[in-house]
Design a protein around this ligand. Structure first.
Ligand code: Z5A
Length: 218
């Protein structure tokens, strides 16, 4: 879909423990300091309704069937796009979103084995075709990423078998290879400061014309 909004839409993807949340916090602080209008949000859980859906999805006590899981992620996303993301983009904001449609392709498609065409249709329905301008993959070996989290994992998805997480990572890498113009890949196993520098570089290279990013690399 053509970009018809004033802002910019960037999504971050990756296996568990890749460091997206940490990096977004650091980046957001710096964007505030240089006066760049932006929001950081996450999928699932970017709205009040979404926070409730997120709790249901990640609660290890809930047995959630694959189709239910898929539809809950999409319900969260439909609300998120309409309530928060589109209005922010229309207002000229730089929107940084921790996970989006490609998580569904990686987790429910590659790892869970749900039909890719069905996922594409539901992604399309939930978002009205809203695609990120760029997706940044925080790539890390799944065991190394999980090793950064609590032993055994604390939420329902983290507790999946390691094979599940390997499929997620493989899926992401295939997606990134297939569409290199829309994806940037960062080696997320590097130290925090190196990853942050690469992330900032990607923003400056791609969005300096549209957003106030002068000073981001200082
Ligand atoms: N999911 C799905 O199945 N389908 C979908 O459509 C969507 C999602 C949208 C969401 O939970 C879950 O839902 C997720 C995918 C699935 N699966 N799980 N589990 P989430 O939002 O809580 O999951 P997450 O995005 O993976 O969060 P995370 O596990 O916390 O990962 P992260 O945000 O990328 O990492 P972090 O919290 O910034 O860092 C983790 C730890 O590593 C932390 O202690 C950091 O201090 C440390 N860290 C970070 N960077 C480094 C470096 N560079 N070196 C060393 N240590 C580091």
């Amino acid at each position: 879909m053509a970009t018809t909004y004033k802002g910019s839409f960037i999504t971050l993807e990756g296996p568990e423990g890749a460091g997206k949340t940490t990096q977004l916090k650091l980046l957001s602080r710096q964007l505030d300091q240089i006066g760049c209008k932006h929001i950081v949000t996450r999928d699932p859980g970017g709205t009040s309704l979404g926070k409730q859906i997120r709790r249901i999805l990640l609660n290890p006590e809930n047995p959630v069937m694959p189709m239910t899981e898929l539809l809950l992620y999409q319900a969260d996303r439909a609300q998120h796009v309409d309530e928060l993301i589109r209005p922010a983009l229309d207002a000229g904001t730089l929107v940084l979103c921790d996970r989006y449609i490609h998580s569904t392709i990686a987790y429910q498609g590659y790892a869970r084995g749900i039909d890719f065409d069905l996922i594409d249709k539901l992604n399309q329905m939930a978002t009205g075709g809203l695609m990120p301008e760029i997706t940044i993959l925080f790539d890390i070996d799944s065991s190394a990423g999980l090793g950064r989290l609590h032993p055994g994992g604390h939420d329902r998805l983290e507790r999946e078998a390691i094979e599940f997480h390997h499929k997620v990572r493989k899926g992401y890498n295939e997606l990134a290879k297939r569409d290199p113009e829309k994806w940037a890949v960062i080696d997320a196993s590097k130290p925090l400061s190196v990853v942050q520098e690469e992330l900032r570089g990607i923003l400056v290279d791609n969005f300096s014309q549209k957003h106030k990013l002068a000073g981001l690399l200082e």
